[in-house]
Design a protein. Structure first.
Length: 124
């Protein structure tokens, strides 16, 4: 399932939802993206979500807040979430915004494969 107007793609693999963000995300669409992801989690009855940030070069405090709130909403639904593909530019952005300590509370993996493995390990 892909939504070009949202600049994101979602793929269900096994019982997991992989959300791949596009490099030209528009902040005005973040609320719609969040709503779409939450609805997909419910519709597809997944046990975990991997959000892939690998094409995102920097992250504003607004972007971070949107995805942190999205992550919390999914967790409240009883679903585990792993962020993957956080590149050095994003990490430096979070450090510059003094958000790195808060971000350390979010489950994170190096890539989609590791994120899926983290979710599968939790199920055992």
């Amino acid at each position: 399932m892909e939504s070009k107007e949202l600049n994101t793609a979602m793929t269900k693999i096994q019982n997991k939802l992989i959300v791949t963000l596009n490099s030209d995300l528009v902040e005005q669409n973040f609320k719609l993206i969040s709503d779409t992801i939450v609805n997909a989690v419910e519709e597809y009855k997944v046990s975990g979500v991997v959000i892939d940030f690998s094409v995102i070069k920097v992250m504003s405090s607004y972007t971070y807040k949107i995805f942190k709130n999205l992550t919390r909403a999914i967790i409240i639904m009883g679903i585990d979430v792993v962020w993957v593909g956080l590149n050095p530019g994003v990490i430096v952005s979070l450090m510059d915004l003094n958000l790195i300590e808060d971000a350390c509370k979010i489950k994170a993996g190096f890539n989609v494969e590791q994120g899926l493995k983290m979710l599968s390990t939790k199920e055992r």
